[in-house]
Design a protein around this ligand. Sequence first.
Ligand SMILES: Nc1nc2c(ncn2[C@@H]2O[C@H](COP(=O)(O)OP(=O)(O)OP(=O)(O)O)[C@@H](O)[C@H]2O)c(=O)[nH]1
Length: 499
Amino acid sequence: MMPRLRFSLSPASRVAIGLVSLMLTLLLMADVVTGVLPSRLGEAKRAREATAQLLATRLTTALNAGRAEQVGTLMASAMTPESALQGGALFTADGRLLAQRGNHPKGWTLAPAEPSTLDNIRVPIIADERPWGELQLVFAPALPLSLGYWLRDPLVQAIIFVTVFAFIAFHLYLRRMMRYMDPNAAVPERVRTAFDTLSEGVLVLDPEGSIMLANRAFKNMLPPGVGALTGLNASSLDWLVNGLPAKSELPWTEAMRSKAPQLGLPLRVQGPNGANLDLVMNCSPIDDGRGRVRGCLATFSDVTELHERTEGLRVALEALSASQREIEQKNEELTLQATRDPLTGCLNRRALMDLADKRVAEATRDATPLCCIMCDIDHFKSINDQFGHALGDRVIQASVRSLNSGLRGDDLLGRYGGEEFCILLPRTSLEQAFEVAERLRHEVDTHVGIALRQPARPKVTMSFGVALWAPGMDGPAALIDLADQALYRSKQGGRNRVS
Ligand SMILES: Nc1nc2c(ncn2[C@@H]2O[C@H](COP(=O)(O)OP(=O)(O)OP(=O)(O)O)[C@@H](O)[C@H]2O)c(=O)[nH]1
């Protein structure tokens, strides 16, 4: 189905047409009264009256001179194309026809005593100062016969000129004035009322960005002191422009240029009570249904409360995750306290025994070798006695550092007793375990004493005992016991050695 085209005049056009009509009426009335306007008919009338007067004068002269026979000749000589005279007749006062020329019989249409027209002109003839008769002249029809004739008429041309240019001038002027003076002309009252019921702020802009309508909700968002909005260009509304994110093109201009809506634009502005308002702005171009953009509809949703709630939620979440981190940290500390020896940081005896159970189970399951090294600081009592308990503690700490430096990541080191330590080496053969123990012994012997940085440096050594897990043993305690026996042999053998 073909779309129905509806032609409707804008309010500015309708008022402009009315004003032009009024102006033309006044102009024509002025012309009737004063004859100011140039007119072909007026010119023709004046020319014909002049021709008639001239001919009447000549005829009167001839009659006064007694040359009545010249009347016909004079009449014929006046019938030229320029004069448009086509015929004539001269009657005496008693109605006697003295002479007749041209198409007078056909062209003369006036009744006796009827006043002259443009085509039929009667002139009284005065001879010897007495009414002598009447000259009747017939002219070519003066009324227009074609459109071209009309259009060439200066009066018609003047009317067309005035009509066209006055309409354009009035239309432009009215369009501008109506924006300032009569917003209702552009936006009907029922539309404004409907927009006022919305909780969202609404601006209707014309193609130049001037505000044609601002609904109540929008006005309620403004701080005090913002004047009248209708007719104001939205780009001159600092409150709005300053709140927009910095961008080269204004969103409503972009929406109208690209014919695409600009949605979800965040806007932070000052509200009516001075507090900040968080708004979300949407700009949609208004289409006339034929692809032409006639303006823009801008809406403003107040999301301040939503933002405040989101912010509150964010702060609460942050506090929650902070306290969660704190709890985790405390848990870690507790785990550490529960599993670690506070002096050295290595596993305490209980944690060591728990993990030893696992290692033994793994070794049994995977049939991999597992070794245990028991080690003990030599003559530690005399170090304590000689250098004091505090230095004794530092000797223990330095010894653990040395032991740790020679172990792999999955090896376990635990404090078994006062200055006695237990090492578990998963996937390690007895031969490899001896190598490890020897390396550790050497490390302690060469570094721990130096690391103490004491003027009277104590000689610190350790004795080591190595044992291999064998299936059938009675758990990790049996393995440790075996390693302890080997340690005892090292002590018996002179200390600072591996057995
Ligand atoms: N400073 C300090 N001393 C400790 C700690 N734990 C145990 N001791 C002391 O370490 C000493 C161990 O001495 P003993 O068991 O006689 O052994 P030793 O003197 O090292 O002799 P051997 O092991 O036979 O070489 C004791 O005097 C304990 O008081 C501790 O954490 N710090």
